[in-house]
Design a protein around this ligand. Structure first.
Ligand SMILES: [Fe+2]
Ligand SMILES: [Fe+2]
Length: 117
């Protein structure tokens, strides 16, 4: 699969999860954190959709817990996947610009992991 399409799918999936996590988490702190993350991942999805010259897919229903800590664990799993994927995509990028975008995202997603500690 085209790496930009794969990245778009990752971002839409994660934005969808964060939307559900923000809605379902009981505590305000978690609601706020996941809402902020949803906005960031949605922005990332916009970048890839724009590059692919397609309409950004709508967010879909994903299960999330009422327990914010459980959602943080799922967030951690998802951010790890994003980081590993973007490292691979940066290594196989065929243009300097694509490499730059994926390298930048590796750092941004790594910051998201940091928010959970
Ligand atoms: Fe992202
Ligand atoms: Fe992220």
């Amino acid at each position: 699969m085209n790496n930009f399409k794969a990245a778009l799918d990752i971002e839409i999936g994660n934005a969808s999860f964060y939307k559900a996590a923000s809605e379902n988490s009981i505590e305000d702190f978690h609601k706020w954190l996941f809402k902020a993350l949803m906005k960031v991942e949605s922005e990332h999805a916009s970048i890839f959709a724009k590059h692919l010259e397609i309409t950004k897919p709508v967010l879909f229903d994903v299960d999330a817990s009422e327990d914010g800590e459980a959602n943080l664990q799922e967030s951690h799993r998802r951010e790890q996947i994003a980081i590993e994927s973007y490292k691979k995509f940066a290594d196989s990028a065929t243009t300097p610009r694509a490499k730059e975008v994926f390298d930048a995202l590796v750092e941004i997603e790594a910051d998201h992991l940091g928010l959970e500690d």
